[in-house]
Design a binder for this molecule. Sequence first.
Ligand code: HEC
Length: 144
Amino acid sequence: MKKLTFSALAVLFVFSLSTLFVSCGEETAKEDAKDTKEEVKEEVKVETEAKEETAVADYSKGKEIYASKCQACHQENGEGVGETFPGLKGKACDINIVANGVEGTAMVAFKGQLSNEELVDVVNYVNHAWDNNFDDVTTADIKE
Ligand code: HEC
């Protein structure tokens, strides 16, 4: 009889121990799953932030337009040529001068050669080239 009680107790003890183990294991598994989820969330966030930054800082299209349409006069370094061609470095680029030109000068209107988007691209390139740091413009800044 005594022996039976003892073994019953032993079984009970082992049983409760194992339940404890299992439930602990579940907890850890849940914690792990939660951690992984948060890590994934964090990674996604970092990725989108990086994407936004490159989108803002990508002036490569404007740079190409500048090289083919503006550089001959205003120069690659944006410093222009003496009095003849003014430098574009150190001043905000006026998109309406680029669109409409300056009558009677070599600065022709570019609205016939470039689309509104291309005007915006080249102006935003100029506004961020050679240590320039001026606000981005949009097609809404172009006056008809
Ligand atoms: C054929 C030469 C030539 C080309 C090409 C040219 N420009 Fe000009 N640009 C000038 C001249 C000359 C002036 C000065 C006009 C004046 O007397 O007000 C000028 C003036 C400007 C101004 C006003 C600067 C200031 O200080 O008043 C901006 C901005 C400008 N150009 C941007 C551009 C951009 C952007 C392009 C290319 C899309 C471009 N230019 C292409 C000759 C040129």
